[in-house]
Design a protein around this ligand. Sequence first.
Ligand SMILES: [Zn+2]
Ligand SMILES: [Zn+2]
Length: 300
Amino acid sequence: MEHYICQTCGTQYAASLKPPESCRVCTDDRQYVNSNGQQWTTLAEMKTSGHRIVVQPVEPGLKGLGVEPAFAIGQRSLLVQAHMGNILWDPVSYIDETAVHRIKDMGGVQAISVSHPHFYASMVEWSHAFDRAPIYLPAADYGWVMRNDPVIHFYEDSLMVMPGITLIRCGGHFDGSAVLHWANGADGRGALLAGDTLMVTQDRRHVSFMYSFPNLIPLSASAVLRIVERVNSYRFERIYSAWWGRTISVDATAAVHRSADRYLKAIQEHPHLHSSGAPSLAPDACCHQNGPATDPRSFQ
Ligand SMILES: [Zn+2]
Ligand SMILES: [Zn+2]
């Protein structure tokens, strides 16, 4: 029996004699099947092919853990070293003894959480390597757990894992898409570990919100408003998305408001189908000439 790992999304599956027929995560319309077709690997194969974990300091009390050579979606994990223990956010697909020893020297892992199913990866392996540390996931994404295990616990809308560390379900990209609020991050001004629930864009001054990033499917205005509302009651200066360098270092609360405003403006036009079936954006064809149907309230 083997725990197969999908090479495109990095999800590790429950033990089986043969690789699964297909990957449920990749056949969903938020992901894609590699142009070479479905391919599987295992942790042993990844080790043989030279994969390893690299650790980089990000800010005091925060380390990044990445996989080299890059694998699957290419995200890196974050390890928050809080006063009452270490929390591993968005664990990656690869793990080996060298990485475990190194992280034990940094205090180990006392709890694990994940922003959304694209990053469930090898979370159970990480938990088992650290005395079966509990994994906290939003109940809304229960159906996306491909390797179940007693270490997994579900929460509803939010969960304080320990003082100053709160998981917040925001929805959007997935029903359970979540962020981790770290109150002591950014020198006590607060940081959000956001996965791709709020995706820091290339200019590192904005975030974006998508149902599918690889297939470019946007979210509705109401979904974007809900995400902003969910994080609005928390203080944060900084946002870390799931890749190296995708960080808004200062004034991130204003950046979220500015980004949501920009996003809502971009999606507020409503095309209408002509009798020919062709979409039209002509103003006189629009039923919202007195303003968009969605609440255009400004966040600035
Ligand atoms: Zn997959
Ligand atoms: Zn994703």
